[in-house]
Design a protein around this ligand. Structure first.
Ligand SMILES: [Zn+2]
Length: 248
């Protein structure tokens, strides 16, 4: 039996299991424990699954018992869009065939956070830092990613640099040496550091100006897309939703 998570379709599922990492499973004909209804396995659920070895390439879900339905994610379009984003990132970093206990726990945690938080943007930033740290890609925010010297406090009209290829933040001098470096404000740097030091409750209790929120979102996305070497697809829908709601 595998406690498992997150389907992508009602038949062919991509599941994150604690013990065996990412699995592709066929859920056709799966029998729900405690229910006569057969078949349907939804997106964003945590389930206990009984998996039957198949002669083909894809093993079969023979029984499924839902442990957490994260109902609040399905009833709210914005929360659902954030959940898609989190799952897309987890999927991108998860490996097949090896234990992924920490990633599994993070996924279970972030879905609960997204279901219940009143600060979705900071929840997403906190999750991104946790995920990058777990995956071995924690960005450098305490020292200059060019030469490793400690980052000194800068004047309010100065900027650090941000270079995903270099590994994170840059001191103002080294930022000038790199053409791929974008500006990073002192406030944004402080928030990124806080995301690494604080716990979830403390971090998401921060009140930030929209400009800083938007800045940290952009630097983190640029960093993640550099690490993944591709665009994060679910971001477009998230941005569309927020534009329509009038709060970017
Ligand atoms: Zn430097």
């Amino acid at each position: 039996m595998h406690r498992s998570d997150v389907g992508e379709a009602d038949r062919l599922l991509t599941v994150l299991s604690r013990e065996r990492g990412k699995l592709r499973l066929n859920a056709k004909g799966a029998r729900k424990v405690g229910s006569r209804k057969s078949g349907h396995v939804e997106l964003f659920v945590r389930s206990r699954m009984l998996i039957a070895k198949s002669r083909g390439e894809i093993d079969i879900v023979s029984q499924v018992e839902m442990l957490d339905a994260y109902r609040g994610l399905r009833e709210d379009l914005t929360r659902s869009a954030y959940a898609h984003y989190a799952v897309e990132l987890i999927d991108a970093f998860a490996e097949e065939g090896s234990e992924q206990a920490e990633l599994f726990d993070l996924l279970a945690e972030v879905l609960k956070w997204i279901e219940t938080t009143n600060n979705l943007p900071l929840t997403a930033r906190f999750f991104e830092m946790k995920l990058l740290t777990l995956a071995g890609f924690q960005p450098q925010v305490f020292s200059c990613s060019a030469k490793g010297e400690a980052l000194q406090e800068i004047a309010p009209d100065e900027f650090y640099g941000w270079s995903p290829a270099s590994g994170g933040a840059l001191c103002p001098a080294h930022a000038q040496d790199r053409s791929d470096s974008s500006r990073l404000s002192l406030n944004a740097l402080k928030v990124l550091r806080h995301a690494l030091r604080a716990d979830y409750a403390n971090f998401t209790a921060l009140t930030l100006r929209d400009a800083v929120l938007s800045e940290i979102e952009q630097v983190m996305l640029r960093y993640i897309q550099y690490v993944l070497e591709r665009k994060v697809r679910s971001v477009e829908f998230l941005n569309l939703l927020r534009r329509e709601a009038g709060n970017v």
